[in-house]
Ligand binder design. Structure first.
Ligand SMILES: [Ca+2]
Ligand SMILES: [Ca+2]
Length: 173
């Protein structure tokens, strides 16, 4: 009986206190379904509780990437907006960045270090998988922060290419 209690206690400790998020490393990044518009109809919840440093550089952006977790998305547009919302926990200062490549050999996507809860990513290749790295700005501190990740798509512009110009009427003088 004592053994059973001990084993149960250890198991509970592991579940409550020491388990890492499933997406602690980019290999198990949580896929995020992209919203076709500017609404966050689809979103994925994340947590930093128990997150540990990943093999990727911890000096790629400002803040301390010592407690990062990973999400992924397949671009459906050349521009997407990333939004972190419902940020709750002992620190609400969380940063994010976008990465490309194949885990664990990822490269930081240019100009993607974001120090606010939302960012715009331009020049994406449709059909390519990108990774979002989310972490707290603080070093250590065992953040227990939870948040939602939403990826949005700006509306299409009909005259994006010169082959579809918008006619402009000329006013008579
Ligand atoms: Ca990690
Ligand atoms: Ca941190």
């Amino acid at each position: 009986m004592k053994q059973l209690i001990l084993i149960s206690s250890l198991l509970l400790c592991r579940i409550i206190g020491f388990s890492q998020p499933s997406n602690d490393n980019c290999e198990n990044a949580l896929p995020v379904t992209i919203n076709v518009d500017l609404n966050c109809t689809s979103l994925v919840s994340g947590t930093l509780l128990g997150a540990t440093a990943s093999p990727q550089s911890q000096a790629s952006c400002s803040g301390s990437e010592d407690d990062d977790v990973w999400f992924s998305f397949v671009a459906t547009n050349s521009t997407h907006y990333i939004e972190l919302s419902n940020i709750v926990g002992n620190t609400t200062s969380i940063y994010h960045s976008v990465w490309t490549g194949t885990c664990p050999s990822l490269t930081l996507y240019s100009n993607s270090c974001s120090y606010s809860s939302s960012s715009a990513v331009h020049g994406l290749t449709i059909g390519t998988t990108y990774f979002i790295r989310v972490y707290s700005s603080i070093t250590g501190g065992a953040p227990n922060t939870t948040f939602d990740v939403c990826i949005k798509t700006p509306p299409a512009v009909s005259n994006d290419e010169c082959s579809n110009p918008v006619s402009v009427a000329i006013n008579p003088i």
